[in-house]
Write a protein that binds this ligand. Structure first.
Ligand code: MTE
Length: 298
């Protein structure tokens, strides 16, 4: 894969916690500006995106409640600027990175992706984001790293859902390193050319379009490179129903429902049911799993 990121980091890009506190005021509010300079859609494929209204009103974000409308109602409580992401573990340049500084260095593009939730509904979302590979290159992945672990912010004052033991907070997710480095895997900072709405995971969320939606962890504050498979929230909650890989697969049913088809959000009561495609239609990732039994590794 061609690397687009050029190492022009200076020591100021890796901000020690102490200095960061002084920089907070300076960088506040800059993040949203990075949406400019959008490239052409990388994967339009004639897909009709869902409306902004649909994407932002029907959400899963348990930190703000378990109902689909709860995130839209409650997520405004989250302070998203300034924001830092700790990148640590098996990297050359660990640190607490200011999001505004990260975005400045990344190529932010529009990517229109199919998005399929494990609950058998789906949407098409025009994300704005940058490739996770570029961010990992910025931090410098050490040769012994094999996995990437992600963590969502945990702020009970701002996230009313985390006052209840619905999940083992904070929400965590993980990818194998080759999945994380795949050019389809992005960190989203916006949708429809606007800053990411809080209910969709502002200011920074993962999007892995060939996996069930729960892998696409929201409001990421920490990314750790590891040599062992990291724990994931839904696997911890119910290992029988949710595995580590979570690749969209119509041939492997959820223990409680079929994954063979999906309901496209939109179109009201009679919204269309369509057959689910393996890897959500992103066939180019199939080779990542050559020789693996995807029924055992669900
Ligand atoms: N990330 C966090 N931190 N908390 C969550 O509850 N829900 C996941 C995923 N990321 C979730 C999360 C699930 S189940 C889905 S389907 C998608 O976010 C939903 O993304 P959307 O609301 O932007 O459509």
């Amino acid at each position: 894969m061609a690397k687009r990121w050029i190492n022009d980091l200076t020591h100021t890009d890796i901000t020690p916690e102490r200095v960061f506190l002084n920089r907070r005021q300076i960088i506040a509010g800059i993040g949203a500006g990075a949406i400019s300079g959008l490239a052409a859609p990388a994967r339009a494929e004639g897909l009709e995106p869902n409306s902004f209204e649909e994407i932002t009103s029907y959400c899963n974000y348990y930190e703000f409640g378990t109902g689909k409308e709860d995130p839209a109602r409650n997520a405004h409580m989250l302070t998203t600027s300034p924001w830092t992401v700790k990148i640590d573990g098996l990297v050359e340049r660990p640190g607490e990175y200011a999001l505004a500084g990260i975005i400045d260095k990344m190529t932010v593009e529009e990517r229109i992706y199919r998005f399929r939730c494990v609950e058998a509904w789906s949407m098409v979302v025009p994300w704005n984001g940058f490739e996770l590979a570029d961010l990992l290159s910025m931090a410098g992945v050490k040769s012994d790293a094999k996995y990437v672990a992600f963590e969502t912010a945990l702020r009970p004052d701002e996230m009313p859902g985390t006052r209840f033991p619905v999940l083992d907070w904070p929400y965590v997710e993980g990818l194998r390193l080759d999945e994380a480095m795949h050019p389809l895997t992005i960190m989203a900072t916006g949708l429809y050319g606007k800053p990411l709405p809080n209910q969709n995971g502002a200011p920074l969320r993962l999007v892995v379009p060939w996996k069930y939606g729960f892998k696409s962890i929201k409001s990421v504050v920490r990314i750790s490179l590891t040599d062992t498979q990291p724990p994931t929230s839904w696997n911890k909650a119910n290992a029988r129903e949710y595995g580590f890989y979570s690749n969209v697969n119509p041939d492997v049913d959820h223990p409680r429902w079929s994954q063979a088809s999906e309901r496209r959000i939109g179109g009201g009561l009679f919204s269309r049911k369509v057959p689910t495609q393996k890897f959500n239609g992103y066939d180019e990732v199939a080779s990542l799993y050559d020789g693996m039994d995807l029924t055992a590794n669900f």
